[in-house]
Design a protein around this ligand. Sequence first.
Ligand SMILES: [Zn+2]
Length: 111
Amino acid sequence: MKNPKEGGACWRCRRFVAEEDNFCRFCGSHLTHFPWYYQHWGILVLTFFALGPFSLALAWRSPVISKASKWAYTALAALMTYELVMGCIRVYQLLNNAAAGLLQGQLPAGL
Ligand SMILES: [Zn+2]
């Protein structure tokens, strides 16, 4: 975990913080403990159960997650979104073909 004090700036408001500060003097953010939704497990839980690819906004704001991990999350979200869209297109085509067959009096394949 990277300490936000190393850069000398608050992770939230980007203003200067002294090394002995535990809270930002400007925005009041804790400088050593971060909300659960900025942790790796929080990002994953929110991605799979609530926000989907929109959780990337939290991942990129997180002071805990490294730059490489942020790019990994972004690539994973892009891949999963692509697969989801392609899956929806395949289901649409399958249903469309089945409906066209039904209109011509044929049973869909597999029935
Ligand atoms: Zn601050």
